[in-house]
Design a protein around this ligand. Sequence first.
Ligand SMILES: *Cc1c(COP(=O)(O)O)cnc(C)c1O
Length: 244
Amino acid sequence: MNGFITGNLARIERRIDKACKASGRHRAEIKLLLATKTVTAAQIGVAVQAGYTLIGENKVQEIRDKFEALKETTHDCHFIGHLQTNKIREVLKYGVSCVQSLDRPELARKLHGELQRSGKTLDVLVQVNTSYEQSKFGVHPREVTDLIKQVAPLATLRIKGLMTIGMLSADPGKARQCFRLLRDIRQEVIAARIPGVAMHDLSMGMSGDLEAAIEEGATILRVGTAVFGQRPTPDSYYWNESAP
Ligand SMILES: *Cc1c(COP(=O)(O)O)cnc(C)c1O
């Protein structure tokens, strides 16, 4: 298992390096987040040992299940799945440092309320549905600036940028269009000069499309399968419970 994971990480590093060279970017500008849905704490431990300390979980249940086993392992956990408001308290309890899937004002208000009670702050990214697919979560591209205007005054939430899932398609150009759109939306938000809003991060690019994401400006890649192997559960289970 260890060799499988570390070998895969080395392969991904080579892909990242190549895409950085192709686009004149520096490896240091890009974080590799490991998407660890369905991955065991032991597998995560191998990656952390190898120096990959940023992980992303989609379900509060999984964070809870792995919490004890990972308690002594220095790592940073982002939440990258659909967050139901009744799970907010738990997400914060387990020390998630960033919610990458902020997609509605109600979620922002409830996060803010809970954070105020505990005297904490939280980094957030706004998830954008750049593929316009019904089955995907995220705010509509036209509504991003408006949502950010509503979230910005909530002082416990520190907006750091945007996140998206590129369109999964045999045509890699489709994902690239999504990434380009996310980059354009970032420019639009920057141009709106909303106080207290940082737009540094673009979280985009997964196992199948990380090169395009790097070339379009990703600062956070989220990679699962290419590190840990195929998952037993279809992604629709994580991305939208109501999808077929
Ligand atoms: C599963 C998942 C990923 C990683 O996908 P892979 O194709 O396995 O690399 C990235 N982002 C989100 C939101 C995910 O749910």
